[in-house]
Ligand binder design. Structure first.
Ligand SMILES: *Cc1c(COP(=O)(O)O)cnc(C)c1O
Length: 253
């Protein structure tokens, strides 16, 4: 049985959110164990786009801290509903220039930095906030014109330039690979992202250890085997998204 079948079955079986959370934690544990890694080294980012504050609260009560949204408007709507520090917000979708200020004010992590200009803007805003903003650089490995992400060929150069930004800390890389139904088919993309991160680390352009944000509901097991330190899981945790939900990276640029 492939993992995508598993997800569909979960929804069909009508599992509760607690049962799904337990199952995801078990999958994270098993994947980490298979490759000799520690479960604690993989952070579960619950992707809460289109979900209600109540659904998020259920997971907060169950010990989940990290939540990912792909639009700032949704962070804005949910942010104030939680105690300061209760939720660690991750922006995982494309960040428009005019939303960068609020992203810096509200998000602990920005996964989607994909131009030097955006990093420099975040740097200026973070300096005003007296904050060091943690970011990941999103890499586009498939050359998909419809998706955001920095082409692999520009990575070194951009990381080097961001190094001069005193208020931006690049913690690692992020990947949104093409959707392939068979999780194993995505493996080469995960492996390539890790290779790029290793290379950047050897050039002292990434810290050690670095973060790799990769893997979603149907392929996070494979991503962990290939070194993911952050997995972004939505439907496997909350159940199917409402039909109108925007899919990854469909947000307007
Ligand atoms: C929606 C989204 C996810 C989660 O997708 P699921 O398949 O629901 O787990 C992960 N990453 C990004 C960037 C997304 O927009």
């Amino acid at each position: 049985m492939v993992d995508s079948d598993l997800n569909e079955n979960q929804a069909a079986r009508g599992m509760t959110i607690h049962e799904r959370l337990d199952e995801i934690r078990a999958r994270i544990r098993a994947a980490a164990k298979r490759c000799g890694r520690l479960e604690e080294d993989v952070r579960l980012v619950a992707v809460s786009k289109t979900r209600t504050v109540e659904e998020i609260q259920t997971l907060v009560d169950a010990g989940v801290v990290d939540f990912g949204e792909n639009r700032m408007q949704e962070v804005d709507a949910k942010y104030g509903q939680f105690e300061p520090g209760q939720v660690c917000w991750h922006l995982i979708g494309h960040l428009q220039k005019n939303k960068a200020k609020r992203a810096v004010e509200r998000c602990d992590w920005i996964h989607s930095v994909d131009t030097l200009a955006l990093a420099q803007r975040i740097d200026r805003l973070a300096s005003e906030e007296h904050k060091i903003q943690k970011v990941l650089v999103q890499v586009d490995l498939a050359g998909e014109a419809t998706k955001s992400g920095l082409p692999e060929s520009e990575l070194s150069e951009v990381l080097e330039a961001i190094d001069d930004c005193g208020h931006v800390k690049v913690e690692g890389l992020m990947l949104l690979p093409p959707y392939l139904p068979e999780p194993n088919a995505v493996r080469p993309y995960f492996a390539r992202l890790r290779e790029l991160a290793e290379q950047a680390r050897s050039e002292r352009l990434l810290p050690s250890p670095y973060q790799l944000s990769m893997g979603m509901s149907h392929d996070f097991d494979v991503a962990i085997e290939e070194g993911a330190t952050m997995v972004r899981v939505g439907t496997a945790l909350f159940g199917p998204r409402p039909a109108l939900a925007r899919e990854p990276d469909a947000a307007a640029h």
